[in-house]
Design a protein around this ligand. Structure first.
Ligand SMILES: Cc1ncc(COP(=O)(O)O)c(C=O)c1O
Length: 355
């Protein structure tokens, strides 16, 4: 479409024509046998995406609702949470926990850095004990990917009763994630990021340990009460009316991901990250994330080194592309290119040529 700027944002991102066509089909009832079969198939396929044998399900809501629900389900009233803060979204999670009446603590690192598992080990050993450690796998605001496997391993070995809650909003389907192997207890993502669908659904997985914990926590709410919602949704019997067009499109997208192959999909994301950083270096910009291992495969944050970010975004816009001009305190200083979902290197090259 001539008047549609191609979205290289860190979400929402481009939605393929094939998926838009699925969403435009006529509605079916959500209790019909055909839709129940779709819902069950979606849940089964989500397990493969999270790499879990635990139930994985969906709900009509944004990821922020799951940030809240994971606290309300898995941390007792007045319980303690430790938040690994490295940017705006990890910080938001701490605010949500506090708003839910939990006692929160932040372990913060400077913007552009990831957490050191050794520092987490030290903190957990030194106490006080916490009910949950909350990790934002991919901090979208700064383009940092946390060493989630290592951080979770530290929690498992030092504090076996502490749960690991992971925001995988901009990593699920774009970066390596192994829910079971890494010993995660909750992970959740919205559809508008690496799943390349419109916003509106959140997908999540909860471990057996997490579900047991939830069963003993009061005031879990209703719609996102894990004890009630997970078995019903996995059986295709959602509590409330699901967004039928989005669920149908999610099924098609999960089939498309299976056709591409998850490993190939993750390689494609890494290739886009590497190409973006090579371009940035060539143009005299600097990576905002110094540590190569901490550079996200789904969103690159580039230090403009004083260049006019608004003018750059304007140039992109004139050529039919949309990029982000920096989040929060980084606005105008470090711009972000979201290379997630169904974008590929060839499309990215067109954006970079325009920039
Ligand atoms: C890492 C991360 N967590 C949470 C959110 C919140 O997602 P939503 O706006 O779908 O609630 C975002 C949104 O960009 C995000 O990037």
């Amino acid at each position: 479409m001539a008047d549609h700027p191609i979205l290289f944002l860190p979400g929402p991102t481009e939605v393929a024509d094939e998926l838009r066509a699925v969403m435009a089909t006529r509605l079916v009832g959500h209790r019909s046998a055909s839709f129940v079969a779709v819902a069950k198939d979606v849940c089964a396929r989500l397990g493969g995406l999270f790499k879990t044998a635990e139930p994985a399900v969906f709900e009509n809501c944004t990821a922020t609702a799951l940030m809240e629900a994971s606290i309300r389900n898995l941390v007792p009233r007045h319980g303690r949470t430790l938040h690994l803060v490295c940017g705006a979204f990890s910080e938001r999670w701490q605010l949500i926990s506090a708003a839910c009446g939990r006692v929160t603590e932040a372990m913060a690192v400077p913007l552009g850095c990831a957490h050191d598992p050794a520092a987490l080990r030290e903190r957990l050993r030194a106490g006080p004990p916490v009910d949950a450690v909350c990790v934002t796998h991919n901090e979208t605001a700064t383009g940092v990917i946390e060493p989630l496997a290592e951080l979770a391993a530290v929690v498992r070995s030092v504090a076996p009763d502490t749960l690991v809650l992971a925001d995988v909003v901009t990593s699920l389907g774009g970066a390596e994630l192994r829910f079971d192997d890494w010993g995660l207890d909750v992970a959740f993502a919205g559809t508008q990021k690496c799943l390349a669908l419109p916003p509106g659904l959140c997908v999540y997985a909860v471990s057996a340990r997490g579900r047991e914990r939830a069963a003993n926590v009061d005031e879990r709410g209703f719609l996102l009460d894990f004890v009630r919602a997970i078995p019903l949704t996995a059986a295709g019997q959602s509590i409330a009316t699901p967004c039928v067009p989005l669920v149908l499109a999610l099924q098609r997208q999960l089939q498309r991901i299976a056709t591409e192959g998850l490993d190939a999909r993750l390689r494609r994301h890494r290739a886009m990250r590497d190409r973006t950083h090579a371009w940035a270096a060539d143009k005299g910009y600097a990576p905002f994330v110094g540590d190569v291992a901490a550079r996200s495969p789904t969103v690159s944050c580039i230090d403009a080194r004083g260049a006019d970010v608004a003018a750059l975004a304007e140039r992109a816009s004139g050529a039919g592309f949309k990029i982000d001009q920096g989040y929060g305190p980084l606005k105008g200083k470090a711009f972000r290119i979201g290379h997630m979902g169904d974008h590929d290197v060839a499309g990215l090259e067109r954006l970079l040529a325009a920039l």
